[in-house]
Design a protein around this ligand. Structure first.
Ligand code: GLN
Length: 307
């Protein structure tokens, strides 16, 4: 294990080295508002169990958390309804793209896991039970704000509008789920809620702080039960990076959740919560430089869920 007093210096070096390597990957082109972002950006924030916050790069820059929101919406659903969600969504890696429709037909409309889009639409549908979209969105953002201990976290209306206009694949997934009776609310309500939760914008500082509950840090303002926390982390490890989940687990040994905005939330159980952002993506739609940085951080610190 590295001496964590040397972590700030390591993060500074990491920031310099990733910028020098300049192999950023490509931004998500299918959401117009994200397609405009400069890929040559990087930030990392680490919150340790003792409360210290260490960071480097553009840690004050807000970015679109996109699919990282699926971790928080799942946590909200588990808190409100317990385990009933598993009748509607599986817990297996899909081995397929995040927006794939392929397995839905074979598996009769039950998505493989809550982190692929089809599964997240079902989670959002659950969150809408007895709630208007506005209330469901308040539930997610309040969960995030309380977890981060920061009320200055908001939706980016332009990103939400951009995806609402162009999100035909998600629209197809929602209707396909409905055809199997695995959607209870009108597809447009579910989609509108889902596009807004994906459009929450945060800095890496805010995201790392919001992840303290999932990492099981003692000073997390919003604590999850041990069972829920472990289960969410297990899903992050096995499904958090879609068809790149095996590679991510192999390289980092840590549960992580990515988003097409280029963010990664890493949970180091009992030790740290980490947020990384670099908007250029690899072939699986996960942050290219972010994955590299997560791997180097894990190697430097010796952090791994495998001991
Ligand atoms: N909002 C994005 C979508 O549904 C989220 C995908 C992602 O971050 N992988 O396509």
């Amino acid at each position: 294990m590295a001496d964590l007093d040397t972590l700030p210096a390591f993060l500074e070096t990491l920031d310099t080295e990733v910028r020098d390597a300049a192999d950023w990957g490509e931004v998500a082109g299918y959401i117009p508002e994200l397609a405009r972002i400069d890929p040559a950006q990087f930030a990392i924030s680490v919150v340790l169990a003792d409360g210290r916050l260490m960071r480097a790069g553009q840690y004050a820059q807000r970015f679109s958390i996109q699919s990282i929101s699926k971790v928080f919406s799942l946590a909200c659903v588990l808190a409100r309804f317990g385990e009933s969600i598993w009748h509607r969504v599986g817990r297996e890696p899909s081995g397929d793209r995040f927006d794939s429709i392929l397995l839905l037909e074979q598996e009769h409309g039950r998505p493989r896991n809550p982190f692929i889009n089809a599964g997240a639409l079902v989670t959002t549908d659950e969150l809408l039970a007895g709630r208007a979209p506005k209330e469901a969105l308040s539930e997610i953002i309040d969960f995030i704000r309380t977890s981060a201990g920061d009320s200055d976290i908001h939706f980016d209306a332009e990103v939400a509008a951009s995806e609402t206009e162009t999100g035909h694949r998600n629209r197809a997934l929602a209707h396909y789920l409905l055809s199997f009776d695995n959607l209870r609310n009108p597809p447009e309500l579910v989609l509108g809620t889902y596009f807004h939760q994906c459009a929450i914008e945060m800095t890496t500082d805010q995201l790392a702080l919001a992840g303290r509950g999932i990492a099981g840090l003692a000073d997390a303002p919003l604590k999850l039960s041990e069972v829920k926390r472990r289960r969410i982390a297990a899903l992050m490890l096995t499904c958090g990076h879609y068809d790149g989940s095996g590679d991510f687990a192999f390289r980092t040994g840590l549960p992580g959740k990515s988003g097409v905005g280029g963010g990664i939330l890493l949970a180091v159980p009992g030790r740290a919560s980490v947020a990384i952002w670099s908007p250029g993506l690899n072939a699986w739609g996960n942050s290219r430089v972010g994955t590299e940085a997560a791997e180097r951080l894990a190697r430097f610190t010796g952090w791994s869920v495998f001991g």
